[in-house]
Design a protein around this ligand. Sequence first.
Ligand SMILES: O=C(O)C(O)[C@@H](O)[C@H](O)[C@H](O)COP(=O)(O)O
Length: 249
Amino acid sequence: MNEQQSIRVYEHADELYRMAATFVAEQIRSAIDNRGQALIALSGGSLTSRLYPLLANAPLREQIDWSRVSIVFADERYVPFDDSENNYRATRQTFLDHVPVHADQVFPVPTYYRDPQQAATIYQQQLTALLTAHGGQIDVALLGMGPDGHTASLFPRHPVLTAIPAGALTVVVADAPKPPPLRLSLTPAALNTARAVVFVVSGADKAAAVAAALADTGDAMAQPTRLINPVAGTVYWMLDRAAAERVTQ
Ligand SMILES: O=C(O)C(O)[C@@H](O)[C@H](O)[C@H](O)COP(=O)(O)O
C-alpha cells in the first residue's frame, strides 16, 4: 500500500457522502488559510448528485470563501454544455450555481471545439497557468471509481494509458467503455500534483474493484487508480461498508 494513503470506511452511503463533503470543505478551508486560495478538480457521476449538494448547502456552503476557489474538471464527457451527460452542466445544477464562486474561476472543459485535441491543448494551457498561480499543486482532486476500476476517464487497459506523452496534463480518450465514448481526462501526471486525492466510492458493485485497487500488488494498466500517486500529497479512500467489503488489509 502507498504510504501516503489513508482508508476510511463508513457504515452507509449517506454517512460516507456527508463525511466526504465535510473533509473536502476542510481541505479547501485549509488551502485558503495557508495559501490564500484553493484549486480543486471535480469529477462527475454520483458525486454530482450525492456530494456536491452538501457543499452547496448549509452548513458547509457558509464555511468557505468561494471567491478564493478555482475549479477545474478531472474529466469531462465530450458533449456540448447543454447535453444532459455534460459534467460541467450537472455540476452547475447541483453545486456551482448555488455557491458564490466567480464565473471566471470555473474552468469547464471547452467541449465546443470540433476537434477534441484542440480542447485538450487549450485545457492543458489553462491548467498550466492555474498550477503556476497555485504553487504547482491542485489542492483537492475529487475522484470516483467505476465498477470496472476506471477513475476520471482513465479506463482499464485502454490503449491511451500507455500513449500519454510525458508531461501531458490532459488527454483525449476515444472509445471509452462507459458512455459517452469520447472524453477528455486529466492525466495521472496532472492528478498527481494534488495535495489531497479523494476517492469517494460506494456500493457493493464496486467491492471487487476497490479490493483490487487496494491490494498490495497489481497491474496499473488494469487498475488505473494505481497510477494516482501524488508527488507531494496523500490519497484518501473514502468508502461505504458495501464498497469496502472485500478489502483484506
Ligand atoms: O464519468 C464521469 O464523468 C466520471 O468522472 C467518472 O470517472 C466517474 O467518477 C466514475 O465513473 C464513477 O461514477 P459513479 O460514482 O457514478 O459510479
